[in-house]
Design a protein around this ligand. Sequence first.
Ligand code: G4P
Length: 526
Amino acid sequence: MGLKEEIAKRRTFGIISHPDAGKTTLTEKLLLFGGAIQKAGAVKSSKIDMHARSDWMEIEKQRGISVATSVMAFEYEGMKVNLLDTPGHQDFAEDTYRTLTAVDSVVMVVDCVKGVEIQTEKLMEVCRMRNTPVISFINKMDREGKDPYDLLEEIEGRLNINVHPLSWPIGIGKNFKGVYSLYDKSLRLFQPSKQRLYEETVKLSDINSPDLEKHIGEKDANQLREDVELLQDLYGDLDVDAYLNGEIAPVFFGSAVNNFGVKELLDTFLKISPKPLARSTDERLVEPTEEKFTGFIFKVHANMDPKHRNRIAFLRICSGKFERGSNYYHTRQDKKFRISQATAFMAQDKETIDEAWPGDIIGLYDTGNFKIGDTLSEGEKGTYKGIPSFSPEIFREVINRDAMKTKQLEKGLNQLMDEGVAQLFSYELGSRKAVGVVGQLQFEVIQYRLKNEYGASADFVPIQVHKACWFSSKDPKKLEAFIDSKQRHIARDKDGKLVFMAESRAWLQMVQDNFPEIDFHFTSEF
Ligand code: G4P
């Protein structure tokens, strides 16, 4: 198979949801279809156990497990599906944001009882920034949930995206009888069962067929006909291009735990979802079909064994063919590296691979050369864009508690930052350093890992910072004047970019008003 064919058969996507909506369950069912696992319950994904949600030690343990499930690849009906896992815990949201830069589309799971939840809202914002195509799966239809029309309205209103139902539920909760596929005009009958793999499908000549009454009774048949007519008027046929542009989200209804609606989702997903797409470097748009290999690192995972300081860097291939043993050009370091070890991820197993194609995710063994956002190529200098840092929510100053271990602390901090565990800001004045995180738990993880892996002791003491804002100006003189007047609050991020550490919301507003020529940005890419 040539490059074009390899690309055409690949689908690389992530599942997003608020914790508990059913991401793990859906993942597992998809893997069952792909034959990647044999029975339900086999996936221990990065899902953090209910009781462990606030227990960072437990989370730390699961970090080890989650390497194996960071990427789950499987073959299904001649397609190669790469499913990227995204941590559900909100404190590690930034990890999820970065993973979303490596996918071509997203499946969003919504719990029909709870509707749209906060974490889904945040994740969808990231998808909207990049116009990532999204398919929504409304889950747990076997429960007494919200009215399906209300759910659609909620998605449109709160997630700022148009919806287009491709299936429609017949009843809900105890009365849930199945779904009618608006896409292929068939009826899928629901029978609660955690074991069965295939649902009963009835092909109807059309919605007026008397067969409908036979299967779901007169009352539901009438209601369904009414609904279908209304939906047809409201939505018409799916505009696949609008989906591919991230403007419309097709919607399915089902019950993941009962394996209901999952195959329908997967089959339709494979038909309409995008194959690996062209991506931009800071120099140009790179087509996946270009012969020359390029790719970027979106995740770095340190080994759990502190004695061997090797790490796995996750590389998304963007163009050309990757060949193990080749020398590839590292654009940040401006030098070539021979990549002699690479792994593919097949569900829970890792295996050495010799070649990989656009859309694939491979793991590179690393001794400290790779950082998140690094680009590899065959010599071209362009660096892939699109791995922004967001301003963290909580800031603390790093206080070294063991002067003998200053070097170790510095090294540990740098390496943890390369992994994207948190963000480090170094103040221009003095040697103060601040660490910014999304959630409190991250500090505990950092402190523990610094001690455990680097032998360094540090405290993190609260400081008065509300937001870290990257800034720029068209006028270099004004920029200089701004930096001069705010010296005590100017720091640099890990890439040396200038950041203004704003103490409070009100003060930030005032500074913005006073310096109209300065542009303030809340992500590192602008
Ligand atoms: P997450 O990864 O998004 O956090 O969610 P997960 O799949 O773990 O699902 C959360 C809970 O919801 C699980 O129950 C799961 O069994 C249940 N669930 C998933 N899909 C459905 C569905 O279609 N209908 C119903 N009624 N429940 C569903 P749990 O009690 O937390 O765990 P377990 O002991 O059942 O595994």
